[in-house]
Design a protein around this ligand. Sequence first.
Ligand SMILES: [Zn+2]
Length: 205
Amino acid sequence: MNFSSKLLESAVEEFSKLPGVGKKTALRLVLHLLKSSSTEVHNFSNSITTLKDNIKYCQKCHNISDEGICEICNSTKRDVSTICVVEDTRDVMAIENTHQYQGLYHVLNGLISPMDGVGPADLTIELLLERVRTGEVQEVIFALSATMEGDTTIFYLHKKLKDFNIKISTIARGIAFGGEIEYADEITLGRSIATRVPYENTLMK
Ligand SMILES: [Zn+2]
């Protein structure tokens, strides 16, 4: 792309670093912002820097939160004996939308992926083990994507958790194979949590 302005080029460069945004889309977004009012553009950039500077991660479940402990962990209406393990905050939102789940969550902040150099130490696995060790946990449910990374992560977690006296289950994979759980429709996702199965049953004998 030949830009008529260095400023334009640098803004397009920044936008095209976002996932799923190519150079053409980046240019379209930047030109759109350029046509917007100064107030709108300042609000836009302020909301992003304020988010980055002030966001917290729940000290218990690592979900994105405005407070040290998130609303779900703080609620007295949740079943503290059940923890649903998910990849990121999008999954918490998807599962909450189903209104089928009353337990707590644990956000891993990614999945184990040797190809991308992500190992267990890069995730919040220690925090999860600590919760199981010290909390009133009776069941851990894996709600991770049916991908290689999801399966690797479940396998690793199961190894770490199997000696605790708890139930370990995985959501029923009614979800399209290789599908990510945030894209599953609410009914399918809700049903797959309700009909979860013991993880051991899913292993090939
Ligand atoms: Zn929390």
